[in-house]
Design a protein around this ligand. Structure first.
Ligand SMILES: [Zn+2]
Length: 302
C-alpha cells in the first residue's frame, strides 16, 4: 500500500496514515447534534429520494459513543463537530450545546453557528469568547441571504477573530434561494479578512470556488463529499481538477460529513489521494497538508 494509492476500506486507514508519516487525521467537517435532533436529520435523509431524487442511506447511523469510537478508530485526532439552524431562535441553544460538546469530548473542538436574527452579533461574540474554534453557516438549509444586514456585524466579528467559518453556500446537493458562490463573493468583498472554508469545494461550482480561493487569501476549500462516486453522479469534478488545485494547494482542508454519508469514510480519503497521485506537483506533501497540517492550523492546533 503506497500513500498515493489511498485506503480501500476503513480498516486500512490507520496503516495508510502511518505510511504517510501522519500522526492521524484532522476532519474539519463532521456533524454532531443532540441525539433527538440528529434523529430528525436522519429521518430527513431517509426521505432523500423525495428531497434530492437520490437515495441516501446514512452509513454511520450509530449511537454517539459508537460514532466517537469509529472516528478514533479511523485515526481522527481532531474534528470540528458542526451545527446549523434551519430557523430563527435555534442558533443560540445549538451554540450552547456545541461549545459544551467540544469542550468535553476528546478530539472535538468547540464550534458555533449563526442565523440572521436580532441578537446574532451578541451570541456570536459570546461564542468566540467561549472558545469557539470553528463556525458553520448553512445558506441552503437556513434559507437566508448571507448578505443580510443582520449578519454584517457577525461576519465582521468572525473576520476580526480569524476563526474559520465553514460556509455551505453552493447549489449542491440542493439549490436554495440564496445559494451560489457569486452571492457569497459579495460577503467576501465586504469582509476581506474572513477565513472562509467553502464547504464541498463549492459543489457544483468548483471552478468558481477555485477563483475565490485565488482572489482571497482567507478562502479555503473543504473536500467534503467531493470526488467520491456518489457525488460524481450529480456534480462531477472537472477533468483537470488536480492540475487546478496546484495554485491553491495550501488552501485545501479535509472534511468528510461524517456520520451523514452514504459510503465508507475511506472513500473520501481515497478520492483525495487520487488527486495527489494525478498531479506530481501535489503528491504526498499535498496529502499531508490536506489531511492534517492545514486543518490543524485553521483550528488553532499547530
Ligand atoms: Zn455537512
Amino acid at each position: 500500500m503506497s500513500g498515493l494509492e489511498g485506503p480501500s476500506s476503513d480498516e486500512e486507514v490507520p496503516d495508510w496514515l502511518a505510511s504517510l508519516g501522519l500522526p492521524g487525521l484532522v476532519d474539519l467537517h463532521t456533524h454532531f447534534l443532540p441525539e433527538r435532533v440528529l434523529h430528525k436529520v436522519w429521518d430527513y435523509f431517509d426521505l432523500a429520494g423525495t428531497h434530492y431524487g437520490i437515495d441516501w442511506p446514512i452509513r454511520y447511523r450509530f449511537d454517539e459513543p459508537t460514532r466517537l469510537d469509529v472516528l478514533s478508530g479511523l485515526g481522527v485526532r481532531l474534528f470540528a463537530p458542526l451545527v446549523y439552524p434551519h430557523k430563527p431562535g435555534m442558533a443560540e441553544w445549538l451554540n450552547r450545546w456545541a461549545l459544551e460538546f467540544g469542550r468535553t469530548t476528546p478530539g472535538a473542538v468547540p464550534t458555533a453557528t449563526m442565523y440572521p436574527e436580532p441578537g446574532a452579533a451578541e451570541y456570536v461574540a459570546a461564542a468566540l469568547e467561549g472558545g469557539a474554534r470553528c463556525f458553520k453557516v448553512h445558506v441552503q438549509v437556513g434559507g437566508f441571504d448571507p448578505r443580510d444586514p443582520l449578519l454584517r456585524r457577525p461576519w465582521q466579528l468572525l473576520a476580526e477573530s480569524g476563526v474559520p467559518v465553514v460556509v455551505h453556500c453552493g447549489h449542491g446537493p440542493l439549490r436554495g434561494e440564496f445559494t451560489g458562490l457569486d452571492v457569497f463573493a459579495e460577503v467576501l468583498e465586504r469582509h476581506p479578512g474572513l477565513v472562509a472554508v467553502l464547504a464541498h469545494a463549492g459543489m457544483p461550482e468548483y471552478g468558481r470556488a477555485l477563483e475565490l480561493a485565488r482572489d482571497h487569501p482567507g478562502v479555503y476549500l473543504d473536500t467534503t463529499m467531493v470526488g467520491v462516486a456518489f457525488s460524481e453522479r450529480f456534480a462531477p469534478l472537472p477533468p483537470d481538477w488536480a492540475d487546478r488545485l496546484v495554485p491553491v494547494a495550501e488552501r485545501v482542508v479535509f472534511g468528510s460529513d461524517f456520520p451523514n454519508i452514504p459510503y465508507p469514510y475511506a472513500e473520501q480519503l481515497a478520492a483525495v489521494a487520487g488527486w495527489a497521485a494525478a498531479e506530481e506537483r501535489l503528491g504526498i506533501s499535498f496529502l499531508r497538508a490536506v489531511l492534517y497540517d492545514t486543518p490543524a492550523r485553521l483550528l488553532g492546533y499547530d
